[in-house]
Design a protein around this ligand. Sequence first.
Ligand SMILES: Nc1ncnc2c1ncn2[C@@H]1O[C@H](COP(=O)(O)OP(=O)(O)OP(=O)(O)O)[C@@H](O)[C@H]1O
Ligand code: NI
Length: 387
Amino acid sequence: MAADANATGVDERRSSARQTQSDDVDAAESADDRLLEVENLRTVFHTERETIRAVDGVSFGIEEGETLGLVGESGSGKSVTARSIMGLVDDPGELLPGSSVRFDGRELTDLTEKGYESVRGSGIAMVFQDPLSTLNPVYTVGNQIEEALSLHRGLSGIDATEKAIELLEDVGIPDAARRVSEYPHEFSGGMRQRAVIAMALACDPDVLVCDEPTTALDVTIQAQILELLSDLQAEHGLSILFITHDMGVIAEVADRVAVMYAGEIVEQAPVVELYENPRHPYTRGLLRSIPSTQQGAERLETIAGEVPTPNKAATDCRFAPRCPEAFDACEEVHPVPVPVEEGAEDHTAACLLYPEDEPRKAAVDRHAAAGDEDSPESAGSTGGDSR
Ligand SMILES: Nc1ncnc2c1ncn2[C@@H]1O[C@H](COP(=O)(O)OP(=O)(O)OP(=O)(O)O)[C@@H](O)[C@H]1O
Ligand code: NI
């Protein structure tokens, strides 16, 4: 239905996006450059006991050729964000109304499964942490790449085999002509992940979503895969969403970074800015927990406590119980992303301490007002107010 997005459709979506935008972070302004635009994404899982708000109002965009790093502790909602973009959220999970994922100007969240398949086949491809979850043990690596080539590019026979070999060469697999007929178990961990990347490239995607693609690999191999991804990006102009819990890896791969905590993005900034000038107390804590190679003797700090499971709409700051800088209002007001100071549109933090150059009370009021506008209670038809 939405398959052939025309210019008018795109314009309509842009203007409706503008209306629903909170005025603090006007992402729609730069939507023109953004190949992938995620807006107010809410993905919940209904379990017997509770509803887990795994992704709770996440917004970000990725420009052409850019890498956005998505970082956060285990359970913060990174993988669910990736699966939501890919249309891979199944029962008991669902995207709540108002969630938007636009790819190349086209809304994906209301596509049918068939429509999504075509997006996954040609627009957006995903690389998972464990290559064995993607590769089928009973087929040769070549067969699997050829199948992708046949599905997405209509290649078959010798053409498909030749292209598969070329892809394996592209991802740095030596002796590709021979290895194309080997089985996944004959590949090492690093070579398997390269093969998975070759499979993803078989679709000639514009966006690559990588969910901890190097976490299972040892450090040397990890560095090689990261280099491969950056080479491929330069070569194919890929946009990459790179998910990891490792701040060290993020520093190497990302152009921009989004820090996730308990289902929300708590800080977003260009990579150098984030490392040199982190603002959210959670980001500061994460950065203090990176092992520093220069000062080997220095003790590593970790953030005490655990990520809470977001099982209610937030009415406070979910990080407050672990935050060294929390004050009274943090328990009563839900912070939304705001510029960290006036004019800092590309550096936002969801923390009541910001904007830093605003009097504390005014800043808190600004968060409270934005939260009221945003809340499902005020947006829904019930008119009920839980506050
Ligand atoms: N199928 C599911 N059913 C119920 N809850 C789920 C399901 N999938 C994910 N969740 C919950 O969603 C939350 C976010 O999980 P997610 O896997 O996205 O975290 P993550 O940031 O990727 O963590 P990790 O670094 O461990 O991979 C968790 O609380 C998790 O328990
Ligand atoms: Ni994950």
